[in-house]
Ligand binder design. Structure first.
Ligand code: MG
Length: 376
């Protein structure tokens, strides 16, 4: 690994290192402390290493395809709700807000957030579960792991090396999403993106589910977090029509959770940075305060039972899984149907995993087309 030094400052501009030194807290991940990239590269004259990671991620085909992958609701359920791409960008936006307030490394946080769901297959967690079953005898499949395969093997934009050659911190951050219980310390930036992910999907799935009339706001108000948001909104704005009430409650859901997290973590982190000259914050956990965490968990359970397991979604889930199983067997039997790039993967990962990698890269629409084109 070649460590970046950030020594270059073109045209007399401030270096990334200087900028970070003045803006970031001591406990943040400064890019000068990065362990660098697997394949050494020269520093960029005016982009820091994590900015370059973000740009590399944004320019991948896998990232663009997130626009055609469902988050919770499929494309035929309308065009209001989130796709995997818009979810990703909402996570990045909320994560950056938190990072800036806590003086953590926004560039790293943005790269991690834009990367976090890049390995998602078509049809959300239904698709992931089906592909995991297809590889049950070969170590299974997870979208978190697949993100690393995309970054290290499947995307090949550079002549000099395979993969995106992302920094150690982004790859390791993603690796630790796979096994959060491994006891190893995770960077604050990595923890923050996880927290932002939960805040984001709890809020937008509430919004989408009400808009799609899978649940009503009154039903949601049986949840204590939604109820307290609704009470504050009513106190502030009086009586609102249902549409405006939904929007205001969703804004409040995001705002109160982000504020709670900042209250909880801001105080803890400043205590740390004041009491220690060594900015070792090992053991510090980025999370909501206990009461808010319990309420958020309760909302998550409500969404699971009443939305993610709604009969309309269960139908979609079953059909997607049925098709993916048929496609998996079909491509394994007829690997000549795979694109050349995936045929070439067979030697290194075997036919089953090569087929799953191809399926995982498909958008929902492309998956439908291939299913109807080859398997009906
Ligand atoms: Mg996510």
């Amino acid at each position: 690994m070649k460590k970046p030094t950030n020594s270059a400052a073109p045209h007399g501009l401030q270096t990334i290192a200087d900028r970070e030194q003045s803006l970031l807290a001591q406990y943040a991940m400064h890019s000068t402390n990065s362990l660098g990239r697997k394949h050494p590269e020269d520093e960029h004259p005016y982009r820091g290493p994590f900015q370059r990671d973000r740009d590399r991620i944004v320019h991948t085909a896998a990232y663009r395809r997130l626009s055609g992958k469902m988050q919770v609701f499929t494309g035929d359920m309308g065009d209001y709700h989130r796709t995997r791409l818009t979810h990703t960008y909402e996570v990045a936006s909320i994560a950056r807000t938190i990072a800036r307030a806590l003086r953590l490394n926004e560039d790293l946080v943005e790269a991690l957030a834009l990367f976090h769901d890049i390995g998602h297959p078509p049809f959300g967690h239904a698709g992931e579960d089906a592909l995991n079953e297809c590889l049950a005898d070969e170590g299974g499949f997870s979208h978190n792991w697949h993100a690393l395969v995309i970054a290290e093997d499947l995307e090949t934009p550079y002549f000099e090396f395979p993969g995106l050659n992302l920094t150690h911190e982004v790859l390791e951050g993603q690796r630790k999403r796979i096994d959060k219980a491994d006891g190893e310390r995770r960077l604050l930036e990595v923890q923050l993106v996880d927290a932002a992910d939960s805040i984001t999907y709890n809020a937008h799935d509430t919004d989408d589910a009400v808009k799609l009339e899978l649940v009503s706001l009154d039903e949601l108000a049986t949840n204590s977090l939604v109820k307290s948001c609704m009470d504050r909104v009513k106190l502030r704005f009086g009586t609102l029509d249902d549409e405006m009430l939904r929007k205001a409650v969703v804004h409040e859901l995001i705002d109160c959770q982000v504020s709670d997290l900042l209250d909880h973590c801001g105080a803890g982190l400043s205590e740390h940075s004041e009491s220690q000259s060594d900015p070792d914050i090992s053991g510090f956990v980025i999370r909501l305060g206990q009461e808010m965490a319990e309420q958020a968990k309760e909302l998550g359970s409500f969404l699971y039972e009443r939305v993610y397991r709604h009969e309309k979604l269960i139908e979609v889930r079953k059909e997607a899984q049925r098709r993916l199983h048929i496609m998996f067997s079909g491509y394994v039997d007829r690997p000549q149907l795979l694109p050349q790039k995936h045929i070439e993967r067979i030697d290194s990962v075997g036919i089953a995993r090569a087929v799953v990698e191809y399926l995982a890269g498909m958008t929902d629409r492309y998956c439908d087309e291939q299913y109807h084109g080859h398997f009906t």
